[in-house]
Design a protein around this ligand. Sequence first.
Ligand code: PMP
Length: 364
Amino acid sequence: MSINKRLWSKKVSQLTPYVAGEQPKVSNLCKLNTNENPFPPSQKAVAAMQAVLADDGQALRLYPEPESDELCQVLAHYHGLQREQVFVGNGSDEVLAFVFACFFTKELPLLMPDVSYSFYPVYAQTFGVDTKIIPLDDEFCINPKDYDTACVGIILPNPNAPTGILLSLDDIRTLATNHPDSVIVIDEAYIDYADDVKSASAIGLIDEFDNILVTQTFSKSRALAGLRVGAAFSNANLIAALATYKNSFNSYPVDRVAQAGAMASILDEDYFIKQRQAVIRLRNDLTESLVALGFKVLPSAANFVFAKPYHTSLSTKEIFNQLREQGVIVRHWDKQRIADYLRITVGTAEQNQRLITALTEILS
Ligand code: PMP
């Protein structure tokens, strides 16, 4: 059906929305396309959410606490920050949208890598933010020297998506030092899959630089993508801007169930550690298997790998399509620079084996 936009505002008529990875309705698919966690969330988080629904769901009659104060306290304590340095929202996508609205709608352009999270250009369009795209180097790495240009801010995922490559804290320091009047946003959706999270996360730089803002999510390492909780960490001044924007948009973005589940997940550290280490091991095994099949695999610090097939006359798109026919869904972009790559989410050992078996057949 073609949509009649006669009554739409000019602005909305001109938007090109983000297209999320497919959430297929068919069962028995091997779903390795949207970087979800292959393992369940903390059972303590599940129990905490069930407790909210106890008593015939009486608690749901009431609005949730608008600032998610307890959850912010728990997050602050977990990361060694003050409560005023934490903000939570309805998924990190919402938090990122608020970041664009709060800090980037000024004259200078926002800098972002040419290969990164494809929602950033969409937010830029939504909020009327000028952008300047900075190409990754030939190895698909971010080189801080390439960012030496006047800007309102810089946004990048770390590890980068879809490459999985981690940028060092020294490089992030360089960006923050070179741009003292710009907001440097480090989107750490996948940071918990870095081998050493503490020395990889820019949360450790927040007290040193007043212009660094870090976002994280419960959707990946906490296996709660269906809950929609994301967070921002920064100094109190930038966090206050996000709270101001939130309260000018929607007072209650994080519902009661989500606040309870997210909080219990943070408090269940044992399960978190075990589960993230399992994913890291599975990532390393998957990388080895793909290399053995003739793929070039970029070094990943995330729960996905970015891999390019060699020694085959098939195009990557054809391989993607044939995988789909076999019920294995991964992600492929028909975009310059990355059209030869597949982004593959790390699955369970069984899922990864199903992928490798399918690839072996396709490539033979
Ligand atoms: N940043 C990056 C780099 C992502 O890949 C995603 C997930 N698509 C997000 C942010 C948003 O995650 P969520 O809204 O589920 O927190």
